[in-house]
Design a protein around this ligand. Sequence first.
Ligand SMILES: Cc1cc2nc3c(=O)[nH]c(=O)nc-3n(C[C@H](O)[C@H](O)[C@H](O)COP(=O)(O)O)c2cc1C
Length: 145
Amino acid sequence: MAKLNILYASEMGNAVDVADNIYLRASEQGIDAEQFEMNDVSMEDLQDMTKVLVVTSSTGDGDLPMMGEDFWDVLSQTNINLEGLEYSVCALGDRSYFNFCGAGKKVDVRMSELGAKRVADRQDCDRDIVGADEWAETAIENLGF
Ligand SMILES: Cc1cc2nc3c(=O)[nH]c(=O)nc-3n(C[C@H](O)[C@H](O)[C@H](O)COP(=O)(O)O)c2cc1C
């Protein structure tokens, strides 16, 4: 069975909580899942992945948290082909910021531009992680697990 790869970037821990919850849910379903801090994933690693859930909060002005900055720098510049990859994004943010969920939005757009197939609409969470569980349930199912 394919592996579920959970890529996360967090500043204060909310996105880590969402990633942990996905991992727990997947494990309970008998899915082979692994969590990765975003910066630990190279483009070669990403190309080898077929099922990916991305969880990122936003910091600064719609920027990736520090643990996802390097990943984003490379992803935004690369021209790798991600046609073999299915994914969905959970974006954490706060509507009081101008660039609401900006980090998750740009990762979602970029992965699609590189050919990856979005299997579930992006979930935008306002301030907390409400909605992330329902999103994870749908996304895992749509990934074919
Ligand atoms: C300094 C700072 C900058 C932020 N900038 C944004 C932003 O540009 N857009 C947004 O939607 N949320 C922004 N947020 C809100 C966080 O993304 C939100 O609180 C999120 O739940 C934090 O998740 P985390 O604990 O995983 O980092 C910002 C929060 C802080 C503290």
